[in-house]
Write a protein that binds this ligand. Structure first.
Ligand code: ACO
Ligand code: LMR
Length: 602
């Protein structure tokens, strides 16, 4: 790349600080310019490394993220620009480090409010190393059809309407970033477009001057005319005047110094830019415009005439028309397309029980605040989220009773034992809980669904209790919900007693009655073949659904899908976690089963 060109279609840059939007804007610009490679080589994000995902046209790409400038530079020696989005506090050190690397040639400093002393030091580092600073307090600049710094030139629509996707013949330099966007529009309308537009930034001591860029434009054969937009305050424009006088710039310059309105103010006025301050007479916009005009710079009578003057000068150059390339259409971002109702897409998920998209979560259409305000119980919440309806109070109380009753049955039962062993092996709460939960199955706590299914089927078919027991025996099956390891007719299970007592309040309990009739038959075989807690919960749920007028299909589906074992899982999680916490609190060591409790056979 020649010295007068800072950027080309191959320029690659580092972005200092992970600024997602400007990175994407640069890549979008690359895409409509049909660059073969993205202009963002890497991101430097202090303290973090990894990858950042962004779009290059329709494709997603991964941009490497480095935590240090030195690492980025080592990995990407061809990247010669750093767009520095550091704050005004850290812009000095990061810019200095970049300017002192071998390979970074241009540093654009976006931050506003950098101390002048820091900038002057950076300028001297840049001079010493033959580097270029654009900024601070700038949007940056753009080389049409080649490379864009961050947000320069605004929206992609603006870039397309200004034809910035291909190089024109005008070199433009200004102090203001905002007006650079506006001037790209003006140049798009009045000339064959921008070749390069640079905003040097509004500080009194910019990292590079308007003149330095104009001198580059002068040397660049592709640039046929120069347009400048100065402003009151400082002496930038006098340097241009000197250069013009000495014949260092021969290409036509059309220039305007804004701020002519200051004459109407009685005293000194500070404008938005730090450097834009009325003061000495020669720093006024009028004085500068006159001095520029005096050395042959084409100066309009007012800003309103600026575009006409530019058009006149451009027309006088009689340049051949530029070839207009076809501009690729930038794909809409999905969110933007949705907003415009421009796309539709089938969803991958359906949910009918809850919604968290609003200000507060909803359970089946009821906002959380209402649940709290109206004292919804755990039983209500389960009935909403599981059965999608609010059940009567006797039903929700029954659900809560099942949870209390099945929450724990001591440390010796298989689930608690496994949770305890896992906790003592140093496993965390979730893993230890899962170890216990995974023990729940057809013999332990997981017989509720099958008990509900078998008792209901037999009862609905009108089988006598004796026939049912006989049939199950013939099939070689144990009756789910019958039998207990330690509970028996002589040692009844209090939990079952309590449930049976509560069921008296149900409008109907025919399935419980049927199960109790079966129990009478099995008890004749052995004393421990009682209706157990799983069996009792199972049949009572069927009675409850029947009482609450669930349809046969609804009941069958609930049983089939495994809701009822879910009650045991939910309840027993309370106890299992209790055991896990208990073991951890007691600092129990690793459990090892004693050999004398194992029968070793040869
Ligand atoms: N239906 C019919 N007969 C049974 C049943 C049953 N559910 N349970 C045991 N028997 C019979 C056995 O066939 C055996 O008969 P046999 O001596 O003629 O061979 C005798 O009773 C003893 O059987 P075991 O398996 O030794 O009984 P145990 O007391 O060890 O089993 C258990 C208890 C595992 C609960 C067993 O009764 C069973 O599997 N029941 C069905 C599953 C069930 O309901 N589990 C939930 C229990 S409650 C809970 O975990 C919260
Ligand atoms: C339980 O609730 O865990 C039991 O009924 C099982 C048992 O062995 O006591």
């Amino acid at each position: 790349m020649e010295n007068h060109n800072l950027f080309s279609r191959d320029t690659e840059a580092f972005i200092y600080n992970l600024k997602v939007a400007p990175i994407q804007r640069m890549l979008d610009f690359d895409y409509i310019c049909k660059r073969s490679k993205p202009s963002v080589a890497a991101i430097i994000n202090p303290g973090n490394s990894g990858y950042h995902k962004a779009f290059f046209g329709t494709k997603e790409i991964l941009i490497p993220v480095y935590s240090k400038i030195s690492d980025a530079v080592t990995a990407h020696s061809h990247a010669d620009v750093m767009v520095n989005f550091a704050s005004f506090r850290s812009a000095y050190s990061s810019s200095k480090e970049a300017l002192e690397t071998k390979t970074i040639r241009t540093v654009a400093i976006i931050a506003e409010g950098m101390p002048e002393r820091d900038v002057r030091q950076l300028i001297s580092v840049a001079k010493k190393n033959n580097k270029i600073i654009i900024g601070p307090a700038t949007v940056g600049g753009i080389a049409a059809g080649a490379f864009r710094i961050g947000n320069t030139a605004g929206t992609i629509e603006n870039i397309i309407s200004c034809k910035l996707y291909r190089a024109g013949s005008v070199g433009f330099v200004s102090k203001s970033g905002g007006l650079t966007n506006e001037m790209c529009n003006v140049l798009g309308r009045t000339t064959d477009g921008v070749y390069e537009a640079i905003a040097i930034g509004g500080d009194r001591y910019p990292g590079s001057t308007m003149l330095e860029h104009m001198l580059r434009f002068e040397q660049n054969p592709e640039i046929k005319m120069i347009v400048g937009l100065g402003e009151l305050g400082g002496d930038e424009e006098y340097a241009i005047i000197e250069a013009k006088k000495k014949g260092k710039i021969t290409k036509p310059i059309v220039m305007w110094v804004s701020g002519t309105c200051t004459k109407i103010f009685p005293g000194e006025v500070q404008f938005g830019h730090a450097g834009a301050k009325t003061g000495k007479l020669e720093e006024s916009a009028d004085a500068k415009n006159k001095a520029l005009r005096d050395v042959g710079v084409i100066v309009p009578n007012s800003f309103e005439d600026f575009d006409k003057k530019i058009a006149e000068v451009f027309a006088s150059l009689k340049l051949p028309a530029k070839k207009e390339p076809e501009v690729p259409k930038l794909p809409l971002d999905y969110d933007a397309a949705v907003k415009k109702s421009a796309v539709r897409k089938p969803t991958n998920f359906i949910s009918t029980i809850s919604d968290d998209r609003g200000d507060e979560p909803y359970y089946v259409g009821i906002p959380m605040s209402k649940l709290i305000e109206n004292n919804y119980s755990i039983g209500d919440v389960i009935s909403l989220l599981w059965f999608k309806k609010r059940l009567p109070e006797y039903a929700t109380k029954f659900i809560e009773m099942c949870i209390i009753i099945a929450a724990d049955h001591g440390p010796a039962v298989s689930g608690a034992h496994n949770a305890i062993v896992a906790a003592r092996a140093g496993k965390d709460t979730v893993s230890s809980l899962c170890s216990g939960l995974l023990t729940i199955g057809p013999r332990f706590g997981g017989a509720i669904d099958d008990a509900a299914r078998f008792f209901k089927e037999a009862c609905d078919k009108g089988l006598s209790a004796e026939q049912f027991v006989e049939d199950m025996k013939k099939q070689g099956m144990l009756i789910p919900g019958i039998g207990h390891r330690i509970k028996s007719a002589k040692n009844p299970d209090k939990r079952v007693e309590l449930l049976k007592e509560y069921a008296k309040s149900f409008p109907s309990h025919k399935y419980l009655d049927y199960a109790l009739a079966v129990e009478q038959v099995t008890l004749k075989k052995a004393d421990n073949l009682i209706l157990n807690v799983d069996g009792c919960i199972g049949v009572l749920f069927v009675d409850l659904f029947d009482s609450c007028k669930f349809s046969k299909e609804e009941i069958d589906e609930i049983v089939e899908l495994g809701y009822l074992n879910g009650i045991f899982v939910l309840a027993r999680s309370i106890g299992l976690m209790g055991h896990v916490f208990d073991q951890k609190r007691l600092k129990q060591p690793l459990y090892r089963h004693p050999w004398d409790d194992i029968l070793f056979l040869p």
